[in-house]
Design a protein around this ligand. Structure first.
Ligand SMILES: Cc1cc2nc3c(=O)[nH]c(=O)nc-3n(C[C@H](O)[C@H](O)[C@H](O)COP(=O)(O)O)c2cc1C
Length: 193
């Protein structure tokens, strides 16, 4: 059976981030379903604010090259994205913009987003659970970057009280949604064998 390798990341590097908690929970359930999981923090991939002049002068930052290589080592990626003013965080957008750029001659733009399957989720203290930010992220991923994103998404509203002491979701329906999403992600990865 195909080796399932899933990269998990959060669009927040805040201490105590709900989205990082959500990413951790997806990582746990993917590992329970026998996927090989790597959870990373964008804090370990610092990149300057994207500027085409800077790109022309210095090329891709080392962190963008490393993150691109991480994407390429995995056949599935889960992104947990906070919602800032109904959109993704500047950290996540900046990261995606750098990673979308060509690093070597002849390499197709956005190649790191091709040939792998993506799943999206969000957590917010608000009532909508970051859903509006996810709609924007889906547009970036699918239309902007040509990524295959599964339809299932997990949103966690009222995130301050949504996780129990084991990091599981207290709401049974939400917990089932998360597990269904993880299963679908793994199934889609295997289908692309
Ligand atoms: C600049 C800014 C804008 C925000 N806008 C929204 C928003 O539009 N919708 C929402 O649900 N939460 C919004 N929030 C609250 C975030 O959801 C909250 O800070 C959340 O904890 C961030 O995710 P994290 O816990 O993973 O860091 C905003 C927060 C910031 C700092």
């Amino acid at each position: 059976m195909k080796d399932v390798r899933i990269l998990v990341l959060s669009g927040s590097i805040r201490a105590g981030s709900y989205n990082t908690q959500l990413a951790g929970l997806v990582a746990k359930h993917a590992a329970l379903a026998d996927a090989r999981v790597t959870q990373i923090s964008l804090a370990d991939y610092p990149m300057p604010i994207f500027d085409q002049d800077l790109e022309k002068e210095k090329g891709l930052p080392e962190a963008a090259r490393k993150l691109k290589a991480q994407f390429q080592r995995h056949n599935g990626v889960f992104i947990a994205s906070p919602e800032y003013n109904t959109a993704v965080t500047p950290l996540l957008k900046n990261t995606l913009d750098w990673v979308s750029r060509q690093s070597e001659q002849g390499e197709a733009p956005a190649s790191a987003f091709k040939d792998r399957v993506f799943a999206l989720g969000a957590a917010s203290p608000g009532a909508l659970g970051g859903m509006r930010g996810l709609m924007g992220l889906r547009t970036i991923m699918e239309i902007g970057l040509g990524a295959l994103v599964i339809p299932d998404m997990i949103t966690v509203p009222a995130a301050g009280s949504a996780f129990d002491e084991h990091g599981e979701l207290t709401n049974e329906r939400a917990s089932k949604m998360l597990q269904t999403m993880v299963r679908r992600l793994i199934d889609e990865i295997r289908l692309r064998d």
